[in-house]
Design a protein around this ligand. Structure first.
Ligand SMILES: [Zn+2]
Length: 285
């Protein structure tokens, strides 16, 4: 048994750790759980969405800026350790940067998987969170690749015969996927309406199906919205501080509207029932 409870998240770009899984990590970190982020790329293709930075950051500097922003955000969230896999951002689907041989989407699957396996064997997490296979909502090649390498690494980190030179085999107990919850969008939209504020969700956004029927696990992060929004703000070059979507509601109003972060338990090695809604990622471990 590993005495330390460890939660690992695998994300694609700096800022994904703040827009997804942020409250969950802050909460478990406060509970004494070791929290580890693996970030696949440097976010080199990120667009400057904050007008204050327009023209001030060259494309050569963007990776440096984003590394500093990531450091600030992960400090706010309480991450114990951050690993960069060091691959290049592939850019949005269909963009020219997809064809860069250095781009994460073009890295050989075994090379990227073995890099993640090495970190899993070193950190020995019981819980791993990554993205699910259904990414039709946001089909970014780097997010798809994160899913691919995460499910392979979940299998292979515990396989003694797979690259034994990468460290002592370790089987992660539970693998989770982030979920796009429609209930959350509706709750936030209603809160904007109640407060007489302009909602960032138009009819099209409200009509889109969610993944709610896949939710197996909901983590109550009511007290963690200040840190979640603080972490988002730390990505100052990427996130418009006037974004109605991220900051149109105060942290208190967001927490009151929908205090949960939702997940799908994709695989469990500890005999978890998939029929009972979990409220703790470490349940059964
Ligand atoms: Zn991303």
């Amino acid at each position: 048994m590993d005495p330390v409870r460890t939660l690992m998240t695998v994300h694609a770009h700096p800022d994904d750790e703040s827009s997804k899984t942020a409250g969950t990590v802050a909460k478990y970190s406060d509970d004494g759980v070791r929290t580890v982020l693996v970030c696949a790329t440097g976010g080199e293709e990120g667009e400057i969405l904050n007008q204050q930075f327009a023209g001030l950051i060259s494309s050569a500097d963007i990776a440096d800026v984003r590394r500093q922003e990531l450091k600030k955000a992960t400090d706010i969230l309480g991450y114990s350790e951050v690993y960069m896999l060091g691959y290049r951002d592939s850019g949005m689907a269909g963009s020219q940067s997809n064809s860069n041989p250095e781009a994460f989407c073009n890295v050989a699957l075994d090379r990227a998987t073995s890099a993640l396996v090495e970190i899993i064997r070193k950190e020995r997490p019981q819980v791993l969170i990554t993205y699910g296979e259904d990414q039709s909502r946001y089909p970014h090649p780097d997010h798809l690749k994160v899913h691919e390498i995460s499910i392979l690494a979940f299998q292979l980190a515990g396989d003694h015969q797979y690259h034994p030179e990468l460290g002592q085999a370790h089987q992660v107990s539970k693998l989770y996927y982030t979920i796009w919850s429609k209930a959350r969008v509706i709750a936030l939209h209603e809160r904007y309406m109640q407060l007489g504020l302009e909602s960032p969700f138009n009819d099209e956004a409200l009509a889109r199906p969610g993944q709610d029927e896949q939710i197996t696990t909901s983590i109550d992060v009511y007290g963690y919205f200040d840190r979640k929004l603080g972490a988002l703000r730390a990505h100052a070059s990427q996130i418009d501080p006037n974004s109605q979507f991220f900051f149109g509601l105060s942290s208190q109003d967001q927490a009151a509207a929908y205090p949960l972060e939702d997940y799908r338990l994709a695989q469990s090695k500890v005999g978890t029932s998939f029929d009972v809604l979990e409220t703790d990622l470490f349940a059964g471990i």
